[in-house]
Ligand binder design. Structure first.
Ligand code: NDP
Ligand code: 13P
Length: 320
């Protein structure tokens, strides 16, 4: 199959390399991208070396014309901007696969909603999320991920063509849950990093249980299947995010409470704004998300925030 990957950061570059083993692949970076300049000059970045056959380009029209399936992996808040550029080019009949995790802050919309609003040509659309770090895959450690779509045939097409012994793909059947779960795990990852930063790592087990419960309630209220919160898109991604040294969201949370600067993309930081808004809109209490929001955006300290969570009224573990 001919595949194009749009986005040449950590994840997009890995995906382009991964797919190059079995497909003809072109990797696109926006004009002026420093990441693309490095890939062109050195054929590697700090995570991975590019296979010889992988083609690089900054020409969006050419990249889209090249492939029947197009993977997108850029920062979630930038998807609308890129989707507008895609809509200006002929893409009817192609399959787009969003390998990214987030909820748009301005609108509270899921990434497939954002994409479909902007790209109105007839295209197939899927998301591909779940646990996985470049460092682990590059060391040959396999993992399981999940693909979901607004049409089951598209999920089948992606899973059947792009699964491998390194990445075992499962078929998701709940697009709302898969997207919200994937976006929200980054917020729980920031919370985990904050606990690590204040020396409370032993609380991460409780964070896992209560975090997944909170997101399950939101998914259900939004019309999704609450079980998705316990699947690969969310709980299944906790090891990679709440515990892994490679997680940017976890590292961001730890740096934040230590007052240190962190220079990489942590999708949970904007996404928590969207989740808090969605909680209000759907009438769902999201105490962990609200705590992270108050720490990141309202100047609340960990010392103030944590006791508030423990002083909440007593309730049943699985109450709504
Ligand atoms: N297991 C999984 O499913 C994983 C998923 N991810 C997800 O992948 C996405 C990207 O993460 P990651 O690769 O770590 O992030 P990076 O910051 O490494 O890469 C982001 C890329 O997006 C590009 N970009 C940003 N805005 C635009 C735009 N308007 N148009 C075109 N390109 C743009 C940047 O370009 P430039 O080079 O010019 O800055 C950069 O190359 C995130 O949503 C993240 O959650 C990440 C890791 C694992
Ligand atoms: O999504 C990921 C792992 O599955 C990557 O997470 P981080 O952005 O926290 O590194």
């Amino acid at each position: 199959m001919k595949l194009t990957v749009l986005g040449c950061g950590r994840w997009g570059t890995f995906l382009a390399c991964y797919h190059s083993a079995r497909n003809e692949v072109m990797l696109w970076g926006r004009p002026g991208s420093r990441a693309m300049a490095q890939l062109k000059a050195e054929r590697k970045n700090s995570y991975i070396e590019l296979p010889e056959q992988l083609q690089l380009t900054e020409d969006l029209a050419g990249a889209l014309e090249f492939a029947e399936a197009v993977i997108i992996s850029i920062s979630a808040q930038q998807l609308r901007d890129l989707a507008k550029k895609i809509q200006a080019l002929p893409v009817a009949g192609k399959t787009f696969i969003l390998c990214m995790k987030g909820i748009e802050v301005e609108s509270g919309k899921r990434l497939t909603q954002v994409f479909r609003e902007e790209v109105t040509q007839p295209v197939r659309l899927a998301v591909w999320v779940g646990p996985g770090h470049v460092q682990d895959f590059s060391a040959g450690i396999p993992n399981c991920m999940v693909v979901d779509s607004d049409e089951p045939e598209t999920t089948d097409y992606v899973v059947e063509n792009l699964s491998s012994d390194l990445i075992r793909l499962y078929k998701g059947r709940d697009l709302i849950g898969t997207e919200v779960g994937a976006a929200a795990k980054n917020v729980i990852g920031i919370a985990a990093g904050m606990l690590d930063g204040i020396g409370y790592s032993s609380l991460k087990g409780a964070l896992m249980a209560r975090g997944a419960r909170e997101i399950a309630r939101l998914i259900r209220a939004m019309g999704g299947n609450e079980l998705s919160a316990y699947g690969l898109c969310h709980l299944g991604d906790y090891e990679a995010t709440l515990f892994s040294a490679h997680s940017h969201n976890r590292q961001f949370g730890e740096s934040f409470v230590k007052g240190e600067h962190f220079d990489h993309l942590a999708e949970g930081a904007p996404t928590v704004k969207a989740l808090v808004k969605l909680g209000e809109e759907y009438g769902v209490d999201l105490p962990i998300c609200k705590t992270i929001y108050s720490m990141l955006y309202e100047g609340c300290s960990a010392k103030e925030a944590l006791p508030r969570l423990f002083q909440r009224t007593v309730k049943g573990e699985f109450d709504y």
